[in-house]
Design a protein around this ligand. Structure first.
Ligand code: GAL
Length: 673
């Protein structure tokens, strides 16, 4: 990872304020150590107040001033908020939802980039930004649009539906192929031509799974293509790197979109109670582009807020801990939304560095604390990067779509199944076990890993299995499940074997039954007598190879009595572990904690410092290959780490006594040999 400055930034909207406020803003930014602003994403109506009248002169002036003040700029393409003239009187240019409701001007993300007029206007404004600002010395990066699909998901605009038909034709070649692949003869859904295939609009009951999954994958491809087009325009004008500010919960294909960007950034608003949400994002987006630092493009200084909703404001000390976690986990920028509280719009309750009346806000002192931490860390991190993880969790965009379409294992009353929540729960277990980790895309290389956990990925395709099999053969431990492998790439049930013949052969199991365990009181037995409550979409396995070891069986009162829910087998130099039910409750949680730790320990994963839960260790590796560590208390309870002999505090240079080291509430320590 190349040495980069640590940026401390704000999202800035000078166009919303009197021109005379600029100097005052810059002076206060300089006092606080703000060295980056992100701007432009909602400024289309200022740049092009009437169709074709484009001028970036005002912003050039702002950029000149920021540059002179030593503040770098990320310029955004303003496509999420087209001006009134583009859509007024043109409902056909607007986003349409599944119920046929056409969005209106008055908020954001209301225009349909599927409409050719909207698309052309977007291209024109992006072209103008690139041509006018592409070589401006203040600009160190470009952001395309803003949080694609944060408010809306799939677009049912007629142009989108026409594109859907083209996409299907391209993908399946003939309608017979589509019918066969999906199995459309269920309920006489068989199609005669591609243009008959509906987008999943209202029907009396549910749509076909294959169609629903394909539609969502198509829609994600469309937004990625729109982003790529903008990037291609910008690349003609600028050498600076291009990003997009993802949100992990939005309706996009993160893996696909990351390929089109030079670096990835994300927006996250973790609250003190959900501190590990931010950690999850870092572990995912750091791994998305292994050789390029990721950025935090938006977070709040104290609390999030819009009409009718605001989060609990951060406790004192939380923001600095969030920033240190970000830098320690590989981010090179910590940027707040927003600089000055909105005086209008619908986000007036949102925290900002400065109030609308330009006084320090409730978060202002916290921003100063972040700046002190940034200054202390910058020299240490200049030539270091996070040590490569040995444990990872698989992120599958398709798996997520499939679970949205078919929430296997969900019970409307007792047990919600949500892909993101499931992955975050697994991720939190890795954190609590003190294991440095990545969240790696389904298509990512497995280099350097010793253990890979792949839960909730309904489809395990051949490409993924090829990679996993080779890696296991070379020594990796793959933990497959719960739920993983139960559907095909076309979102059907496998028919050659319950989990597909290849996965079953690799794992040395035969899947006998699959059924929902939630609410059934099912118990698994491990270590001869220990009972573990099980939930979710369960599978009962029978070993099909002598090499398969059954580690957990179903209790005698289960209809699948004696069959396995936890198996393992050696494969080459590695191991495949099947976990086919979800341990639940306190007992299940405790067992999972032990399970995660033993998988890592048996695979020889290095863990350092035995951090108490709620305290994180972020191992670093410097340019000479030397390891050092940052310990941060994230839960505000204070915690401990166990340190060996011979360490010094990397900030003060003082020796650190071997043994248990206390890390105070939201405090952090940098430790070197
Ligand atoms: C983000 C968005 C910002 C602002 C912020 C408030 O989703 O990109 O423009 O709305 O949330 O938390």
């Amino acid at each position: 990872m190349p040495a980069t400055p640590l940026y401390h930034g704000v999202c800035y909207y000078p166009e919303l304020w009197p021109a005379g406020d600029l100097e005052r803003d810059i002076a206060e930014m300089q006092r606080l150590g703000i060295n980056l602003v992100r701007m432009g994403e909602f400024a289309w109506s200022v740049i092009e107040p009437n169709e074709g009248e484009i001028s970036l002169e005002y912003f050039k002036g702002v950029l000149d001033r920021l540059h002179a003040a030593g503040i770098a700029v990320v310029w955004c393409t303003p496509t999420p908020t087209p001006p009134i003239w583009l859509t007024h009187g043109h409902p056909e240019r607007c986003f349409t939802d599944a119920a046929g409701v056409v969005m209106s001007h008055g908020s954001r993300q209301h225009a349909s980039f599927e409409n050719p007029d909207v698309r052309a206007a977007c291209h024109r404004i992006v072209e103008a930004c690139g041509a006018e600002l592409g070589r401006h010395p203040a600009i160190v990066g470009w952001q395309i649009d803003n949080e694609f699909k944060c408010h809306v998901a799939e677009d049912f605009n007629p142009h989108a539906i026409a594109a859907w038909h083209g996409w299907l034709a391209e993908r399946y070649g003939s309608i017979d192929e589509l019918n066969a692949a999906w199995g459309t003869d269920v309920w006489s859904e068989t199609y005669q031509r591609f243009d008959q295939v509906p987008a999943p609009v209202s029907t009396p009951f549910l749509h076909h799974a294959s169609l629903s999954t394909a539609w969502r994958m198509f829609a994600r491809e469309r937004v990625a293509a729109f982003m790529d087009e903008q990037a291609a325009i910008l690349r003609r004008h600028t050498e600076q790197p291009i990003t997009h500010n993802f949100g992990v919960g939005f309706a996009v294909n993160l893996e696909r979109m990351s390929t089109g960007l030079d670096f990835v950034s994300f927006d996250d608003y973790p609250s003190a109670a959900n501190w590990s949400d931010g950690v999850f994002d870092h572990d995912l987006f750091r791994a998305a582009k292994p050789n390029r630092a990721h950025w935090v493009m938006e977070t709040s200084v104290a609390h999030n807020g819009w009409f009718g909703a605001h989060e609990t404001s951060h406790p004192k000390g939380f923001l600095a801990a969030e920033a240190v976690v970000s830098f320690a986990l590989g981010a090179r920028t910590m940027c707040y939304w927003l600089w000055r509280q909105q005086r209008g719009g619908c986000e007036m309750p949102h925290s900002a560095v400065m109030s609308a009346w330009f006084k320090p806000s409730i978060g202002h002192a916290e921003v100063q604390a972040v700046e002190s931490a940034r200054r202390a860390l910058e020299p240490l991190l200049a030539n270091s990067c996070p040590a490569p993880a040995e444990v990872a969790l698989t992120w599958s965009d398709r798996g997520r779509v499939m679970l949205d379409v078919e929430p296997l294992g969900a019970d409307r009353e007792r047990h919600a199944v949500d892909y993101l929540a499931t992955l975050k729960a697994w991720h939190r277990r890795l954190c609590d076990a003190g294991l440095p980790r990545d969240v790696r895309f389904e298509g990512a290389a497995l280099d350097g890993l010793k253990v890979l956990f792949t839960p909730a990925m309904a489809c395990v395709d051949e490409v993924f299995l090829d990679r996993v099999e080779a890696w296991v053969r070379a020594g990796g431990t793959w933990v497959c499940g719960p739920l993983t492998g139960t559907r095909t790439a076309e979102h059907n049930v496998p028919t050659d074997a319950g989990l597909g013949a290849r996965l079953e052969r690799l794992a040395g199991v035969e899947m006998v039954y699959a059924w929902p365990l939630t609410g059934s009181g099912t118990k698994g037995i491990v270590d001869s007598a220990r009972e573990i409550p099980l939930a979710g979409w369960g599978m009962a396995l029978r070993p099909s190879s002598e090499a398969t070891r059954v580690r957990g069986v179903l209790r005698s009162d289960s209809p699948a009595e004696g069959l396995a829910w936890w198996t393992e087998r050696d494969w080459g130099a590695g191991r495949i572990v099947m976990l086919t039910a979800e341990p639940e409750g306190d007992v299940g949680g405790k067992w999972l904690h032990e399970f995660v730790r033993s998988c890592a320990a048996e695979a020889g994963v290095a863990s350092w410092g035995q951090p108490s839960p709620g305290t994180l260790i972020a191992p670093q590796c410097d340019a000479n290959g030397e390891s050092w560590w940052i310990a941060i208390n994230c839960d505000g309870q204070g915690g401990t780490v166990v340190v060996p002999d011979g360490l010094t505090d990397a900030i003060t240079g003082e020796a650190v006594a071997a043994g248990t080291l206390t890390v105070g509430r939201y405090a952090w320590r940098a430790l070197k040999r």
